[in-house]
Ligand binder design. Structure first.
Ligand SMILES: O=C([O-])CC(=O)C(=O)O
Ligand SMILES: [Mg+2]
Length: 397
């Protein structure tokens, strides 16, 4: 078997929302389609991938380095020994040939997009949903039947007041979520506490609310928020300071007895290992949010899971950033603590297969081969349409 073609396109996920650091008015994602010569149900198997959200499309890196390496490789450098499927680990090494270690930058995003598409193709060729493939190949053979998901939103945008924020959170509860998340750090401390208290009235207590500062605070501000929020006993306090400031995180742990969460902007297993070694994160209560697509894909994420295990953390400590179906499959197949979900933003890239409902804060997964994109009509339609145009003509829509 072989890869016949890899198509690349860029899609817009722009919206008027804002977190404490950026607005999303120009946000884009890369989409790739890996076309194989394997026929299933009378059609060639095509794997799809996209790069989560928050880091912009990686078009230059894909076209200058990572896709040419795959196109130039001999077919047997990319397939397994039996010759009947692609080999993710070999493909990863081909993409990363002639890349120095460290300084991960955003090449990890480009590699992650391709990695997602290959996992989709591999599980379609194997004829099973990816979560089952993962449970059989790397786990204990049995995937979780459902996954904890929380509703991320609570963004700032112009003209949004507390009653709109409360109404948004009520919609999430009505959809079946039991935990919601809102942004902090984009307003004054007093204003944010008012916003938090207003949401707490709706969700019924701190255990149902996480807050996310998106890395905005210095140590003094992070601790001031910690002091002010301690009494709420929140689900978690996310990304207080700069993602690479492990000392800040460790100091915060001393001031904040509640659960902390971070890691969405760490893009390699080495960075993840540094966080759990030096960031004061506590396996008995804290959460790790590495998003595999932003961080070299699932091949690397498995190394990350090993690295955190060496420091006393379990896969159940992980609730990845990004709200995409790849992490949902990983959560079920490799037994993570859950997954993020964005019921109202980053459409159609976030969300679940059509007809799958959230119940008591948990979702099931579709029973079809692959990641489940074909079972999410709006997403597959978009990914097909932008990757089926003439090469080079694929534009942001
Ligand atoms: O606002 C963002 O960039 C997304 C984010 O942090 C999250 O989902 O945790
Ligand atoms: Mg976040």
């Amino acid at each position: 078997m072989k890869i016949l073609e890899i198509r690349e396109a860029v899609a817009s996920i722009a919206s008027p929302i804002r977190n404490a650091y950026i607005d999303f008015s120009k946000m884009t994602v890369s989409v790739v389609a890996v076309v194989t010569d394997v026929i299933r149900d009378g059609k060639p198997v095509i794997g799809y991938g996209f790069n989560s959200n928050g880091r912009y499309a990686a078009r230059g890196l894909l076209n200058e380095r990572f896709l040419p390496r795959l196109r130039e490789a001999k077919p047997d450098e990319l397939i397994n020994d039996a010759g009947d499927n692609l080999d993710l680990h070999k493909i990863w090494s081909v993409m990363m040939s002639n890349e120095k270690p460290g300084g991960h930058g955003e090449r990890s995003v480009a590699v992650g997009v391709v990695d997602m598409a290959i996992w989709d193709a591999v599980s379609k060729i194997a004829g099973v949903p990816l979560y089952q493939h993962l449970a059989h190949t790397y786990g204990d053979g049995k995937a979780d039947d459902s996954v904890f998901v929380y509703a991320a939103g609570g963004y700032y945008y112009s003209g949004k007041d507390d009653s709109q924020l409360r109404a948004e959170m009520r919609r999430y509860l009505d959809l079946g979520y039991s935990v919601v998340k809102m942004k902090i750090g984009g307003a004054s401390l007093d204003e944010d506490m008012r916003r938090i208290e207003s949401v707490l009235e709706v969700v019924g207590g701190g255990k149902h609310l996480g807050v996310d500062a998106n890395g905005r605070f210095d140590l003094e501000t992070a601790v001031a928020y910690a002091e002010a929020m301690k009494k709420y006993d929140l689900f978690w306090y996310e990304e207080a300071g700069d993602p690479l400031d492990y000392q800040l995180q460790a100091e915060l742990a001393k001031a904040y007895p509640g659960a902390m969460a971070t890691g969405e902007k760490l893009f390699s297993h080495q960075d993840a290992r540094n966080l759990v070694r030096h960031g004061g994160m506590r396996p008995d209560r804290d959460w790790l949010q590495f998003d595999c697509v932003l961080s070299y894909g699932l091949v690397e994420y498995m190394r990350t899971l090993e690295a955190i295990a060496d420091e006393g953390f379990s896969s159940r400590n992980c609730i990845p950033h990004g709200g995409h179906q790849l992490s949902l499959n990983i959560a079920a197949g490799l037994k993570l603590g859950g997954n993020e979900s964005y019921p109202e933003v980053f459409k159609p890239f976030g969300g679940f297969a059509d007809g799958i409902r959230v119940e008591n804060g948990r979702v099931g997964l579709p029973d079809a081969p692959g990641i489940g994109f074909e079972q999410k009509t709006d997403l597959i339609k978009l990914m097909r349409s932008i990757t089926e145009t003439e090469p080079g003509a694929n534009t942001v829509r």
